[in-house]
Design a binder for this molecule. Structure first.
Ligand SMILES: C[S@@+](CC[C@H](N)C(=O)[O-])C[C@H]1O[C@@H](n2cnc3c(N)ncnc32)[C@H](O)[C@@H]1O
Length: 188
């Protein structure tokens, strides 16, 4: 409940980058983790826009041998996550700088098994969506997964996902609002 109230507070404070009417639910979190694909021990799962940590907790639970790195722009969410999900590494920064964040952790794209995104990519300002997507492409080797969720699959059809192959989507009705998990595989 406290986390939900915190999320609503940040919607009011920073609507454009929070980009949702509430935190995601556990059913969507499980569907996002289902789409991640194989992860070897010690590999990194990058989570973008973790908010209050609904997906982060599920990723840490589902992939205990991996390193979950959560990249969050909002300093309040990042501060909260550090204590709320101690099993994750929290980076307070922008998802458009994944190369720098990985380097700061002593990692490269070679170490990254998948990227899971809760970012409101379709509503972020200016050229940020394009820069974030380029950053994700740079962080993933061919064959690895990028997992996004959306409330509007139709709007996503207009998004230029060059460098990625879309995999079959999965609708999650038991979320408010209902959402769709969009998995992509990095191509050459
Ligand atoms: C729609 S909320 C999703 C939160 C959480 N994943 C969930 O599903 O409940 C989007 C999150 O992305 C974060 N965010 C927005 N722009 C970002 C950026 N450029 N880099 C990192 N995080 C960002 C916001 O602060 C917010 O926590």
């Amino acid at each position: 409940m406290r986390e939900t109230l915190m999320f609503y507070g940040e919607i009011v404070r920073r609507w454009r980058v929070t980009g949702a009417i509430g935190p995601s639910g556990p059913v969507l979190a499980r569907a996002m983790a289902d789409a991640v694909g194989p992860v070897a021990a010690g590999q990194v799962i990058l989570e973008l826009g973790p908010g209050t940590g609904v997906f982060t907790r599920e990723l840490v639970r589902r992939f205990p041998a991996a390193r979950v790195v959560a990249v969050e722009l909002n300093d309040r969410f990042a501060g909260h996550l550090r204590t709320a999900v101690p099993g994750a590494t929290v980076v307070n920064g922008c998802a458009s700088r994944l190369d720098a964040h990985l380097a700061g952790l002593g990692c490269t794209a070679h170490d990254v098994a998948a990227v899971v995104s809760g970012l409101p990519l379709l509503v972020l300002p200016g050229d940020l969506p394009r820069r974030v997507f380029g950053s994700v492409a740079g962080a993933l080797r061919p064959g690895r997964r990028f997992v996004q969720f959306t409330y509007s699959q139709k709007a996503w059809r207009r998004f230029d996902a060059t460098g990625f192959r879309p995999d079959p989507p999965r609708r999650v009705w038991r979320n408010f609002p209902p959402a769709v998990v969009l998995p992509f595989t990095r191509t050459d």
